[in-house]
Structure formats: structure tokens, C-alpha cells
Ligand binder design. Structure first.
Ligand SMILES: NC(=O)c1ccc[n+]([C@@H]2O[C@H](COP(=O)([O-])OP(=O)(O)OC[C@H]3O[C@@H](n4cnc5c(N)ncnc54)[C@H](OP(=O)(O)O)[C@@H]3O)[C@@H](O)[C@H]2O)c1
Length: 325
């Protein structure tokens, strides 16, 4: 089978496409014939050796995949050969075949194609967990989403609307904001052209926002936190800007606000039943047309590095997907 390989840490241009042996599955794994693989921010880090996991060389990047089960380990009971499955892999999905642990593989719902399925788990799983379990977002509350046209950001806009919130989408360009608007955002802030904190205050009559969803960090965090409402919840999702911000905790005191960490991968492992319930709801919303995952561009396997570069260089909107087959 063909696989994109990282043989030493470095930029995406050093990735190579090679013929390798098919993976052997363990008792608790399924073998997936990969049709599509989603590109995520961790792919930009893992190939550079900057991610929390450092797989042994050579490895394939790619944290999520969708395809067809071609073999099942002897301990697998919930899946069979021929099932359409979406799986979380951490890495390894930019390849024609991958072994996926059974607990990380779930059937693709009817009506969802492979490209969409490959773009779904990570972003919607993260944003659902963030807004439901971590923020306890309520109908009528105001939700601010930073990086609102990105992978997790755009999912947060849609989920926020499905939960009945008023959603303020913030992003760096008019084109990106148009994408967030199409996904249902009520208000838009272009933080390249305006002061984020001032705009938050203007759009909320000085009250601030109830929930801040922050996958960006850096200077945007510094501004946004000053626009949080009384009893607000600040969701720490990621640091796409490259800087982990620091918080003067008197701001939390003055607003009776909570700073809440979000780590969806650990949640899914530690609370599998809650995660399954989240996906049950997400699949219902998808069937009802409330969620419309945006795959803005697909790339052939040989161009996986180009896709990773586009994401790293802030050019992507919604999701980029590698069309493996
Ligand atoms: N906590 C969790 O469980 C969890 C799960 C999944 C992902 N994450 C994290 O969430 C973050 C976003 O992931 P994603 O896959 O949604 O990425 P993405 O699609 O690239 O979106 C990131 C957004 O961040 C903004 N941004 C600001 N400065 C940037 C910079 N210097 N480089 C790149 N983007 C920048 C961009 O929007 P503008 O140009 O509009 O600013 C971009 O749309 C990452 O840090 C990722 O590790 C966390």
C-alpha cells in the first residue's frame, strides 16, 4: 500500500510517498481501507517534532480517517468487514490502509460521505465537548468563537447555534467571516481591522460574552478575556497563534468567571459513554441539516504535504481532506 512518510522531523516538503507493507492488526483493532483522511492542526506539529506525541520513524501523519473495514481483530464485536467507519488515529491516516483501535472507530451514519466523515470527528467532537460538558452553554447565552472559520472554530459556530446561543464569530478576514456567517453566525468581528475587546463590548451593550471559545491563544486571548461577562466561561482549546497566553487571575475574580480547559482526546478516552452520547446528538443534528461540515478543498495523497502547509499558513477554511482513494 502507499503511505505518506515522515522519516525525520522537518517541514511538509520533506514528506515522501512510498510503497510500504500493510499494517498487521492486533486483537482489539480493525484494518481500514482508507478512502479519505482529515487534515488537522496537530499534523502541522507532529511532522516538526513539536507535538505532544512523537511516533517512531518512519510514520505517516494524519489523525483521522474514513473508510471500509477489511479485517477485524478477534476482540472486536461492534464492527465487521465491509462496515463504513470513521476512526481517530492520532497519526497514520495519510495512507491507503491503517490499523485503528476498536474503541476509536465508529460507524459512519447513513447519508454521510467519506470526505465529510473524515472531516467530522476531531472538530465536532472537540467543539461539542467544549460547549456542552465544559461550558454548559445555555440557550440565549452569547458565545464568542475565535478563529471561527477554522476546523474546530467553524464546528463551534454551528454547534453553538444548534444549542440556541447567539454566536459572535471572530476571524482575520472578510472572506473567513463570510464562511462563518454562512454557518449561522449572528455577528461578525474582523480582528485584523478592529479591536476585539471594543467590538465585544459594542455587540453586547457593554456586558461581555458568556462563553469564549479560544483555539488561537496569543494576543487574541489577551483581548477576548477582557470582554467576558459576569459568570463567564473561557474555554482554553488551543494555541494556533503559537503563543500560550498568561492570565492575570484578578480578571477571573472580577467577573466571577471560570477558565476551563478542553482536552477532547482525553475526555473521549476517560468518558467514552458521554462522548458516544455527544456523537449521537451530533449525528442527529447532521441528519436534520443543522450541521453542514465544510470540506473546502480535497488533495490527492501525494499532495498531503501541500495540504498541511496550507493549514499551517492560515490559508484553510473549514476542513481540508486528503482523498486517499
Ligand atoms: N483541546 C482539544 O481537544 C483540541 C482538539 C482539536 C484541536 N485543538 C487545537 O485547536 C487549534 C485549532 O485547530 P484546527 O484544526 O481547527 O486548526 P485550523 O483549522 O488551522 O484553525 C485555526 C484558526 O486559528 C487562527 N489562527 C490565528 N493565528 C494563527 C496562526 N499563526 N497559524 C494558524 N492559524 C492561526 C486561524 O484563523 P484566523 O486567520 O481567522 O485568525 C485559523 O482558522 C489548534 O491549536 C489545535 O491543536 C484542540
Amino acid at each position: 500500500m502507499k503511505a505518506v512518510l515522515c522519516k525525520a522531523f522537518g517541514p511538509a516538503e520533506t514528506l515522501v510517498l512510498e510503497e510500504v507493507a500493510s499494517p498487521a492488526i492486533k486483537k482489539n483493532e480493525v484494518l481500514l481501507q482508507v478512502h479519505a483522511a482529515g487534515v488537522n492542526f496537530p499534523d502541522t506539529l507532529i511532522i516538526e517534532g513539536k507535538y505532544q506525541f512523537k511516533p517512531p520513524f518512519p510514520f505517516s501523519p494524519g489523525g483521522e480517517a474514513a473508510g471500509v473495514v477489511s479485517a477485524v481483530g478477534e476482540n472486536i464485536t461492534h464492527l465487521k468487514v465491509g462496515d463504513r467507519v470513521m476512526g481517530l488515529t492520532g497519526w497514520g491516516s495519510f495512507a491507503e490502509e491503517i490499523a485503528v483501535p476498536g474503541y476509536n472507530a465508529m460507524p459512519i451514519p447513513d447519508g454521510m460521505d467519506y470526505n465529510t466523515a473524515a472531516a467530522f470527528s476531531m472538530t465536532y467532537g472537540t467543539s461539542m465537548h467544549a460547549l456542552k460538558q465544559r461550558a454548559n452553554l445555555q440557550p440565549g447565552e452569547t458565545l464568542l468563537v475565535l478563529g471561527a472559520s477554522g476546523g474546530v472554530g467553524l464546528a463551534a459556530v454551528e454547534i453553538g447555534k444548534a444549542m440556541g446561543a447567539r454566536v459572535i464569530a471572530a476571524a482575520s478576514s472578510a472572506d473567513k467571516l463570510a464562511v462563518a456567517k454562512a454557518a449561522g453566525a449572528d455577528e461578525l468581528i474582523n480582528y485584523s481591522e478592529t479591536n476585539l475587546k471594543d467590538e465585544i463590548k459594542r455587540l453586547t451593550d457593554g456586558n461581555g460574552v458568556d462563553v469564549i471559545y479560544d483555539p488561537v491563544g496569543g494576543d487574541l486571548f489577551d483581548q477576548a478575556v477582557r470582554g467576558i461577562a459576569w459568570n463567564g466561561r473561557l474555554l482554553v482549546v488551543g494555541f494556533a497563534s503559537g503563543r500560550i497566553p498568561e492570565l492575570p487571575v484578578n480578571l477571573a475574580l472580577l467577573k466571577g468567571a471560570a477558565v476551563v480547559g478542553v482536552f477532547w482526546g482525553s475526555f473521549a478516552q476517560r468518558q467514552p459513554q458521554d462522548n458516544a452520547a455527544n456523537f449521537h446528538t451530533l449525528f442527529q443534528w447532521f441528519a436534520q441539516g443543522k450541521l453542514k461540515p465544510l470540506v473546502s478543498q480535497t488533495y490527492p495523497l501525494a499532495q498531503a504535504g501541500t495540504a498541511i502547509d496550507a493549514l499551517a499558513n492560515r490559508q484553510a477554511v473549514g476542513k481540508l481532506v486528503i482523498a486517499v482513494r
